[in-house]
Design a protein around this ligand. Structure first.
Ligand code: CO
Ligand code: CO
Ligand code: CO
Length: 313
């Protein structure tokens, strides 16, 4: 139950952010995300964490404008580490047109960093999980598998080219993709983060009361993740996602366990997932692809709700 009719979106639909209507033509989007480092370089960590936090505003179709730092740091971090993390955050906030105007720090032996972000939107332009319709194409904008890469990197077990590719996508704001979606009047969207591709897709299908058919071969996967997916590099999050989400999926027999785990792999700063009417889908993909730093693919389509939720065809 929504606590007020001014709350247009809250946690009940598992959407990316909460939305508060302040007038007929304006609403505020509010979100927060923070986590511990997935890369060694503090400046890159700061950038990725900010990109990830701001993404929830873009996933709702909004324009971020202000943020606060959320910091958990210990006194014994190497000199310059905190400054570099914060500098990374400011860099990405600037790129997103967002001002970081303060924040709060506590002492914590395991460092964590992120943002609380505010954005705005016209209430009718909101993209949510519950607005998808049957017979729409499903589009994603970044390759998946960056959790496997980060885990392999932590174990010192990765070729640099794989790590660089993964980091480049994590550093890419979902700004241009969100802007194109707004232009095309897209109504349903989420970003792909902690629940992996399958989890976020399921949230959308649940909220919109739909099922879908997915073509596994069309799903963009980081080349490193294809090679490294193995029990050593499946995070507890990936295993947990599989445990919770594996029901109501009709797998194609040719899909291996290693491939399945990439679909359950929790993503950091992942891409956006949209559903859009088939007539508009080609032009939409073309325009999204103007941003050469994205990897845009149609991976399947929604159908009316049936006895399965996701079928691989
Ligand atoms: Co999100
Ligand atoms: Co989030
Ligand atoms: Co305070």
């Amino acid at each position: 139950m929504k606590t007020s009719n001014k709350i247009l979106v809250d946690q009940s639909t598992r959407d990316d952010a909460a939305v508060y209507k302040i007038s007929e033509d304006r609403a505020i989007i509010f979100t927060t995300d923070f986590f511990s480092p997935m890369v060694d370089d503090p400046y890159i960590f700061g950038q990725i964490s900010a990109t990830n936090a701001i993404s929830d505003i873009y996933a709702m179709g909004g324009i971020p404008f202000m943020a606060l730092n959320i910091c958990c740091f210990s006194d014994n971090l190497p000199e310059g580490t905190i400054e570099n993390i914060l500098r990374g955050g400011i860099n990405k906030a600037n790129e997103a047109g967002t001002i970081i105007s303060g924040g709060h720090t506590i002492n914590d032996s395991e460092p964590k960093y992120g943002l609380a972000v505010i954005g705005e939107i016209h209430p009718e332009k909101l993209m949510t999980l519950s607005n998808a319709e049957a017979d729409q194409d499903i589009i994603i904008t970044k390759p998946i598998g960056n959790g496997i890469i980060s885990t392999a990197a932590k174990n010192g077990n990765i070729e640099k080219k794989y790590l660089d590719e993964s980091i480049a996508y994590m550093l890419e704001l979902n700004k241009s993709a969100s802007k194109v979606a707004t232009k095309f009047g897209v109504k349903s969207c989420t970003d792909i983060t902690g629940y992996g591709l399958i989890g976020h897709l399921k949230n959308l299908l649940n909220s919109s009361q739909l099922s879908c058919d997915i073509n596994f071969l069309e799903i963009p996967i980081l080349s490193g993740a294809k090679n490294l997916s193995s029990i050593d590099f499946w995070s507890s999050g990936a295993k947990n996602n599989k445990k919770i989400l594996d029901s109501k999926i009709k797998w194609d027999k040719r899909i291996t366990l290693e491939e399945k785990m990439i679909l359950f792999d929790p993503q950091t700063s992942g891409g956006l997932l949209f559903t859009i009417d088939k007539e508009k889908s080609k032009d939409f993909i073309n325009e999204l692809s103007d941003n050469k730093n994205l990897f845009v693919k149609k991976i399947g389509n929604t159908i009316k709700k049936t006895n399965y939720q996701i079928k691989f065809v």
